[in-house]
Design a protein around this ligand. Structure first.
Ligand code: C2E
Ligand code: MG
Ligand code: MG
Ligand code: MG
Length: 291
C-alpha cells in the first residue's frame, strides 16, 4: 500500500516513499554489522520507589550509534530489527550485556533489579527461555533480579502463546511488566489471563497529569485496576517534582523519568546514583510529605 498502482500494474513511488525505502534499506544493511562492530550499547534509567525514595531497579535502553548513519533511535531501528529477523540476536546480546552490567553493580554493593525490553517476536521465540537462562548463568545473576518489559500489543498478538511464555517466565522467578500501558490494549479479558506482575502507565498519561483532571482519573483507574489484579504500578516519563508527588498520592508504586535521571551509560548511571539522585529523592520525599 506504500506505492500507488497505475493501470498497467507498474508501481510508482513518490519521492518521499523512495526516501523512506532507502532509509529502511540502509538501516537493515547497517544493522547486520552492528553487533560485530560494537555500535550497540545500553543506557540505564532509575526506577525509584514512591514510598521511601529507594532505588529499586534500572531499565536498560538500547542505543545504536552507527559509524555511517550516526545515532538511530530504538523507536526506529527495533521495528526494523524485528522485521528483518535480527531482533533475536540483538536481544540475546542485550540480555548478556545487561546481566553482566548488573553483576558489576552487585559487586560494588548495589542490589537492584534490571529490566530489559523485549518485542513480540522475542516473546514468541522458542529460544527465549534458553537465551535468558544462558545470560543469567553466565553472569551469575539470579532470576528474581530480572524484569521483562513487554508492550500490550506484543502480548496481544498471540494471546495464548504469550500467556504460556509469561507463565514459564513466572515459574522461573522472572518478573514481567506491561509497558506503555493504556495505549494499545484491546481487551481486559486478556489482562486477567496474563500472568503479569506490573503495569507501567504510559508517559502520555503522565505528561499533563498536573493540568488535566482526566489524566489523573485515568491514572487513578489504572492504579485501581492493577491493585485489584494484584499488580504493582509504575509510572514512566515523570519529568517534574509535582508529577512525582501527584503520582505518589494516586498510589503509584514506582516512578521513572527525567526528574530522577536521564538514561545514561553504566559508568554515568553509577555516578548519578552516587551524586544527585539521592538529593532528588530526598527533595521528592520531603515535598511529598509536606503536601
Ligand atoms: P519504553 O520502553 O517505553 O522506554 C521509555 C522511553 O521514554 C525511552 O526512550 C526513554 O529514554 C524515554 N524517557 C524516559 N524518561 C522520560 C521522560 O521523563 N520524558 C520523556 N519525554 N521521555 C522519557 P528510548 O530509549 O528512545 O526508547 C524508546 C522505545 O524503544 C522504548 O520505549 C522501547 O519500546 C524501545 N526500546 C528501547 N530499548 C529497547 C531494547 O533494548 N529492546 C527493545 N525491544 N525495545 C527497546
Ligand atoms: Mg520499557
Ligand atoms: Mg514505556
Ligand atoms: Mg513508552
Amino acid at each position: 500500500s506504500m506505492a500507488q498502482q497505475s493501470n498497467n500494474g507498474i508501481c510508482h513511488f513518490t519521492e518521499a516513499q523512495g526516501k523512506q525505502l532507502h532509509r529502511q534499506y540502509q538501516l537493515v544493511s547497517r544493522l547486520h554489522t552492528a553487533l560485530e562492530e560494537g555500535s550497540l550499547s545500553l543506557h540505564f534509567q532509575a526506577k525509584v520507589r514512591a514510598d521511601d525514595g529507594v532505588l529499586v531497579g534500572a531499565e536498560a535502553l538500547l542505543r545504536w550509534n552507527d559509524s555511517q548513519l550516526g545515532p538511530v533511535s530504538p523507536a526506529e531501528f527495533i521495528p526494523v530489527a524485528e522485521r528483518c529477523g535480527l531482533i533475536t540476536a540483538i536481544s540475546a546480546w542485550l540480555m548478556q550485556q545487561a546481566m553482566s552490567e548488573l553483576k558489576i553493580w552487585q559487586q560494588a554493593g548495589l542490589d537492584i533489579k534490571m529490566a530489559i525490553n523485549l518485542t513480540a517476536k522475542d516473546l514468541l521465540c522458542e529460544t527465549l527461555l534458553a537465551d535468558i537462562q544462558a545470560a543469567l548463568r553466565k553472569s551469575g545473576i539470579s532470576a528474581d533480579k530480572l524484569t521483562i518489559e513487554l508492550t500490550e500489543s506484543s502480548v496481544a498478538l498471540h494471546p495464548q502463546l504469550a500467556a504460556q511464555q509469561l507463565q514459564a517466565l513466572r515459574a522461573r522467578g522472572i518478573s514481567t511488566e506491561l509497558d506503555d500501558f493504556g495505549t494499545g490494549f484491546s481487551s481486559f479479558s486478556h489482562l486477567r489471563k496474563f500472568p503479569i506482575d506490573t503495569l507501567k502507565i504510559d508517559q502520555s498519561f503522565i505528561v499533563d497529569i498536573a493540568l488535566s483532571a482526566e489524566a489523573r482519573a485515568i491514572v487513578q483507574s489504572i492504579v485501581t485496576l492493577g491493585k485489584t489484579l494484584n499488580m504493582s504500578i509504575v509510572a514512566e516519563g515523570v519529568e517534574t517534582l509535582n508529577q512525582a508527588c501527584l503520582l505518589r498520592e494516586l498510589g503509584v508504586d514506582i516512578l521513572q523519568g527525567y526528574f530522577f535521571n536521564k538514561p545514561a551509560c553504566s559508568v554515568e548511571f553509577v555516578e548519578q546514583i552516587n551524586s544527585w539522585l539521592p538529593l532528588k529523592t530526598q527533595l521528592f520525599l520531603q515535598t511529598a510529605s509536606e503536601r
